[in-house]
Ligand binder design. Structure first.
Ligand code: SF4
Ligand code: SF4
Length: 266
């Protein structure tokens, strides 16, 4: 498995706290990355320079949502076009100095940490997520939740009678409709389970099973329960189960139809 953090079309900063704010929407995230990248642009590439800058940036930002996922002020844009999120203290970015000790962890943790998706996600699945998201926001929300990726791909496969494969994404209607399914992750209430599932391992390191309290709501288990579970479509997460179920159903049908349709192109 190739690294998931920087892929051909997408990049991720989830474990550096990219989404760990009350407002985790794309616009707010982009603004924070803009501000940090600008603030670090003229700072000397030294331990002292980055220590002071990190403290200044950290103090200017709103509080985090979950204390267990730290928010690093050294996460910013790697490219001039501001399409790729990554570590601005990495030696490949600073031009030599490793300044990651000035972030919220230390350089050795940053260097060695790989989130659980690296061992769970198959290469074909990783390529599908990269091709479909192709960005620095949705990608990180999706790639860190392997059960969600599998639940979506399985559900589309069940509907269409054929498993979605990477080659199918060359057809724009398939790619776009799969993206709309993945984009459910961008439409959740702040603090939803669905946003941070990947960071809640149990005592044995495996993810804690999530569950929706259907009985408490006196209703049947949804046929799309596997997806709804992963997006935390439980009223206890602040999400509207009926609305999300309707969205899942509609988007699955659209994707299944596109997969069976055959036409279209990039
Ligand atoms: S959450 Fe995983 S894929 Fe994302 S940057 Fe961290 S290690 Fe890489
Ligand atoms: S210093 Fe570490 S935690 Fe901070 S952005 Fe870089 S890799 Fe992420």
């Amino acid at each position: 498995m190739n690294q998931l953090c920087q892929r051909t079309r997408s990049s991720c900063g989830a474990c550096c706290g990219l989404y760990n704010r009350r407002d985790h929407g794309e616009e707010a995230v982009r603004e924070r990355l803009d501000a940090r990248t600008d603030a670090l642009a003229g700072v000397p590439r030294t331990q002292d320079g980055f220590r002071e800058a990190a403290a200044r940036i950290g103090a200017s930002e709103p509080p985090s949502l979950f204390p267990s996922v730290r928010v690093c002020p050294l996460l910013g844009w790697l490219d001039p076009e501001r399409t790729r999120v990554g570590c601005l203290a990495h030696p490949l970015v600073t031009g030599g100095a490793d300044l990651r000790d000035q972030g919220v962890y230390d350089a050795s943790i940053c260097e060695t940490f790989l989130c659980p998706s690296h061992s769970w996600l198959a290469e074909e699945e990783a390529e599908i997520v990269d091709d479909t998201c192709a960005d620095a926001h949705l990608y990180g929300l999706v790639v860190t939740d392997v059960p969600f990726v599998r639940a979506v791909l399985d559900a589309v496969g069940r509907l269409a009678g054929a498993r979605i494969e990477r080659r199918h994404l060359e057809r724009a209607p398939v790619r776009d409709s799969l993206r709309r399914l993945f984009a459910l992750k961008e439409e959740l209430e702040p603090g939803s389970e669905g946003l941070f599932g990947a960071f809640r391992p149990g005592a044995d390191g495996e993810p804690v099973p999530r569950s929706i309290d259907y009985a408490g709501m006196e209703r049947e288990v949804s046929p799309w329960d596997a997806i709804l579970l992963c997006v935390g479509a439980d009223p206890r997460s602040g999400n509207d189960l009926d609305r999300l179920e309707g969205e899942v159903r509609g988007r699955l049908e659209e994707c299944g139809k596109a997969l069976l349709g055959g036409g279209g192109g990039r």
